[in-house]
Design a protein around this ligand. Sequence first.
Ligand SMILES: *Cc1c(COP(=O)(O)O)cnc(C)c1O
Length: 249
Amino acid sequence: MSSAAPGGEPGPRRAAELGARLELLRGRVTAAAAAAGRDRAELTVVVVTKFFPAADVRALADLGVRDVGESRDQEAAAKAAELAPEHPALRWHFVGQLQTNKCRSVARYAAAVHSVDRPRLVAALAAGATAAGRELDCFVQVDLARELGEDADPARGGAAGDDVLRVADAVASAGPLRLAGLMAVAPRGQDPQRAFAALVRAAGRVRAGHPGAVHLSAGMSGDLEAAVAAGATHLRVGSAVLGTRPAAR
Ligand SMILES: *Cc1c(COP(=O)(O)O)cnc(C)c1O
């Protein structure tokens, strides 16, 4: 469906399509903020570009997008390297499940990692950030299914219960890492309002010990209004801007 050649210039039609969808999304976010009585300026939209070519990221950057999300290290590293010369201010957010052996690479290009869900990842990210001479914003990913007393979602990851605090403590005490707050994906089939309420409760527990951990990464194409109503500060939006994702490669 994309008319862009990987790595090349985005076709003018594709750029126009992305621009139109981005406008619609910005309108939705502004309306959601107004409906929730919140300041639009508190909301960061991370456009999740996973599986789409670097040319799309370039078109989005040309349209003023500053925050992009990716879920696979190899793909993200290649796009970040390709875009860095033209768009050095782009901020890369790693939002996918992460393995410890990828942390060193992720720490080289990512400004933020939204999927920190175990202490081993914290140690590996801290080592990677130190080696790269960079600081990294970290969100502790919460498994809302387990927070709501249901079975874990193994495809998604995330910490639950006391483990959320344990991971948050580890991030907060790791030199090059900053504890931004919590992240979650509303479980499939779950009322997003109920799911995000569980995230807000977990955030309250974390903030008791870490008052600076004020950010909440929640809300995707299908449920961003519920996330904004619940207090999200970072929305991770893919398909609403880029269209249906190509099949995973
Ligand atoms: C892919 C992805 C998104 C974007 O989802 P859309 O429904 O396409 O908006 C958000 N968060 C995470 C963690 C993702 O993997």
